[in-house]
Design a protein around this ligand. Structure first.
Ligand code: XIL
Length: 366
């Protein structure tokens, strides 16, 4: 595919205007955390400590680029407890200690999720003990890290328009065994266990301006209004933003910015929490693919960072060699995925420069 065909391809994806992004700033970009800090923003990534064992260069990259981090797996229920009443905080404690030593804020992830539950909990959960098990888990985990974390993803991925419920709630072990007010109970229990952490509702597909995304946005605003009116301590919303290359035209438009504005009007702090770009449908040519991926980062972050309520950007990994996308959505042609700002050798890609440019041109937060 030559450049002209590729530009036509980007045009079809609604990315032509972003095609050259990243090229300009090649020489100039400072570490992303520094560029973000200069605008009153946080920049960081998820992390699993095993990546540092596999690559000391990755540890250096992480320290250079990030001032906030999310444990990719260490604080999930199935990582903390594999038998009833027994919790092992070893890895999670090491993660928090590493971040504290390096002045990196920690986003706790995640207390109440339908996924990554230990087998014993799934087996034991009933409508009779659901509330007690949920609150007990929150007390144990949020209590253990009390005062040490910047924020908690208290609930994760709780909406699903496909459930056809009037409240838009996703069917889950928590909905079945605690009831529709499990979200309120989870936030109240977390606030009691750790009064210092920012309490966040983390959700997926809110970034999409299509039927599914819009239905989720409406369900979130309606439920948020009900919960805030009851004084439920919800301080922030996390947009996962696992972006799909083929959905570029459904990203970063006026309805998306209006949604962020609605959250901001309710006093909600917004975080981009799991940003990456799935390149499964992009051309095989690495250079062309990197440009397309960079175009998506630019389009999405330019629209997102225009909103003053957006306080931070967290990617779901920094370098392609440590991305969950390789397992979650590999390419049909078997080529390695390239969803993140740095390549497998921890070298900056067009996406890195695209992110740097959007941070450089973002309005400063008050
Ligand atoms: C993923 C991790 O990246 C994988 O390593 C793990 O096997 C599965 O979970 N939404 C979330 C994240 O909230 O916690 C998920 O992380 C990706 C989707």
């Amino acid at each position: 595919m030559d450049r002209r065909d590729f530009i036509k391809e980007l045009g079809a994806m609604g990315l032509a205007e972003w095609a050259g992004v990243g090229a300009m700033a090649q020489a100039a970009a400072a570490p992303l955390r520094q560029l973000a800090a200069s605008k009153g923003l946080l920049f960081g990534s998820c992390l699993a400590l095993k990546y540092f064992v596999q690559s000391a260069v990755y540890q250096q990259l992480f320290l250079a680029q990030c001032d906030i981090a999310t444990p990719e797996v260490h604080m999930k229920w199935n990582s903390l407890s594999n038998q009833p009443e027994v919790y092992a905080f070893g890895n999670a404690d090491k993660f928090v200690a590493f971040c504290a030593t390096n002045h990196i804020k920690v986003r706790g992830h995640t207390l109440v999720w339908r996924d990554e539950l230990p087998a014993w909990a799934t087996a034991q959960l009933t409508p009779g003990n659901g509330q007690a098990m949920m609150v007990d888990h929150i007390r144990k985990v949020a209590g253990h890290f009390a005062g040490k974390l910047y924020s908690w993803d208290v609930v994760n991925e709780v909406l699903d328009p496909g459930s056809h419920r009037p409240d838009g709630l996703r069917d889950s072990p928590w909905l079945q065994n605690v009831g529709a007010d499990y979200i309120e109970q989870a936030f109240r229990a977390t606030a009691a266990a750790d009064p210092h952490a920012l309490l966040v509702w983390n959700e997926n597909y809110l970034e999409l301006s299509n039927g599914f995304g819009s239905a989720k946005r409406t369900a979130m605003l309606n439920l948020l209004d009900r919960l805030l009116a009851r004084g439920v301590p919800i301080h922030g919303v996390g947009l996962e933003a696992h972006l799909r290359g083929e959905q570029a035209s459904a990203l970063g438009d006026a309805s998306y910015e209006a949604f962020l504005g609605e959250l901001g009007r309710r006093g909600i702090k917004i975080f981009i929490t799991e940003l990456d770009v799935q390149d499964a449908t992009f051309p095989a040519d690495a250079g062309a693919r990197d440009q397309a991926v960079a175009g998506i980062y630019s389009k999405f972050l330019t629209a997102s960072l225009r909103q003053p309520a957006v306080r931070g950007v967290v990617t779901w990994g920094l370098a392609d060699s440590f991305s969950w996308i390789a397992g979650y959505r590999p390419r049909k042609d078997g080529l390695p995925v390239r969803p993140l700002p740095f390549d497998a050798n921890c070298q900056p890609k067009a996406a890195y420069y695209a992110i740097a440019e959007t941070l450089e041109s973002a309005p400063r937060r008050a």
